[in-house]
Design a protein around this ligand. Structure first.
Ligand SMILES: [Zn+2]
Length: 430
């Protein structure tokens, strides 16, 4: 978790901060290039003689490079080393399936960042704190979160965007939550319902409102017509950044709340494995004759693409936080192949089972369910099949554990505030 605070450098400090951004980017990119070359030699050319590139070999070479380049030596070695550790983390996340392959950081005079380790912070008064930045000195930031959390941080990332500086303090990971309810659940992810549980609960992640989305797309359109480096283009970028920021805050809250709720409610959670690309498995929705002209055709597609991109990143963060919060092994990842067209009651698998985006009706046994719930039940069954029987978990277990009286979600409608599970009306009788 990180705590993001606004940083207010003095005008004289900005130059030093900008330098750190440039150095961090430079070192990161060189390190990435080096790793990419090594991977190419090893995997493509089959040359295994090349010495492995690791953080420690790169640290040594950074020291050499600093010996050769005066301007790099003038910068902070700890900031530059942190950039290499940053790169290492990016690769770790990539190999773990949590992130895409690390990308080069483009030279950008509006955006940038670097990491500070061995953090020193102190509090000036109720509203202001200072953080010590190597070679720059004490930089003020506005305190808007619990000071104890800021103080507990061991590192921080300083970022610049559109002339504003922020500092994100990395706080120690939260203690694991152990539900001890014996309850298990399967979760399907989707575009319409961000999450659908095997118990019939549907949850939507916050997105941009329809008006904000329209604005976002319009701004992107403007951008294509504006000259690089022009003042208008800069203003458009600022406006886009505001929308991104707003969305980011909403999503962070949602991910934190939802994962905490789930960790408190369930002992075992089966989810689709992110490493298997599956976001495009949904059938293309047919045009809705009941609502003609709601969007122009291209606008609708652009919105759908935007939404998909938004959800893809939410899902990744959701999984990461869930695994942070739940005990080891409590989150089981399963292969999502065919989970959406397989009947949860009889196992019959056919594309024709999916009557529409939302409705599932089995061609073999006639089982009907919300399509997302059906998929979530399949995911749960797969998850349970991968763990030893003596663990005592069985599908449908949660039905006995959960308090009754909650309104079952049958047609994708459920109060998003319901934290406990709904009834499992959509589940087949055992
Ligand atoms: Zn069936």
């Amino acid at each position: 978790m990180s705590i993001r605070q606004r940083l207010y450098p003095e005008p004289g400090q900005v130059v030093g901060l900008v330098e750190h951004c440039h150095h961090a980017r430079f070192v990161y990119n060189i390190g990435l290039e080096q790793r990419a070359m090594w991977r190419r030699d090893k995997h493509v050319r089959g040359d295994r003689s090349a010495a492995k590139v690791t953080t420690s070999t790169q640290m040594r070479e950074l020291a050499q490079l600093r010996g050769e380049l005066d301007w790099l030596r003038a910068g902070s070695s700890s900031v530059q080393q942190a950039a290499l550790r940053d790169l290492d983390r990016a690769f770790t996340n990539f190999y773990a399936g949590r992130a895409r392959y690390p990308q080069f950081k483009e030279r950008n005079d509006r955006e940038g960042g670097f990491v500070i380790r061995d953090l020193t912070v102190h509090r000036l008064n109720r509203k202001w704190g200072v953080v010590t930045v190597p070679k720059v000195g004490a930089v003020r930031f506005r305190i808007s979160r619990l000071w104890a959390d800021v103080e507990a941080a061991s590192s921080a990332r300083v970022t610049r965007r559109n002339g504003r500086w922020h500092i994100a303090f990395t706080t120690p990971t939260a203690p694991k939550i152990k539900a001890s309810t014996g309850a298990v659940v399967g979760i399907d992810r989707g575009v319409k319902n961000t999450l659908a549980t095997s118990e019939g609960r549907m949850v939507q992640a916050p997105s941009l409102t329809a008006a904000e989305q329209a604005r976002f797309l319009a701004l992107q359109q403007h951008l294509t017509r504006q000259r690089n480096g022009s003042r208008r283009r800069r203003r458009t970028l600022d406006r886009l950044a505001v929308l991104r920021r707003r969305l980011e805050d909403r999503r962070t809250d949602w991910v934190e709340q939802t994962t905490t709720d789930l960790a408190h409610t369930y002992d075992l959670l089966a989810v689709e494995d992110l490493r298997v690309p599956n976001m495009v498995r949904r059938p293309v929705p047919k045009p809705d004759p009941a609502q003609p002209g709601v969007f122009v055709p291209n606008g609708a597609r652009a919105k759908a693409t935007l939404n998909r991109a938004i959800l893809a990143s939410v899902w990744g963060r959701f999984l990461t936080r869930l695994e942070h919060k739940m005990p080891e092994g409590a989150v089981v990842r399963v292969d999502p192949k065919n989970t959406s067209c397989t009947c949860a009651a009889c196992g019959h698998c056919a594309p024709g089972n999916r009557e529409s985006q939302a409705a599932f009706e089995c061609e073999a046994c006639g089982h009907q369910a919300h399509a997302d719930t059906n998929a979530a039940v399949n995911i749960l069954a797969r998850g349970l099949s991968t763990i030893p029987e003596e663990s005592g978990y069985t599908a449908g277990h949660e039905a006995r554990q959960q308090p009754s009286g909650r309104k079952a979600a049958v047609n994708g409608r459920i109060s998003p505030t319901a934290t406990s599970a709904a009834g499992n009306a959509n589940q087949p009788a055992a």
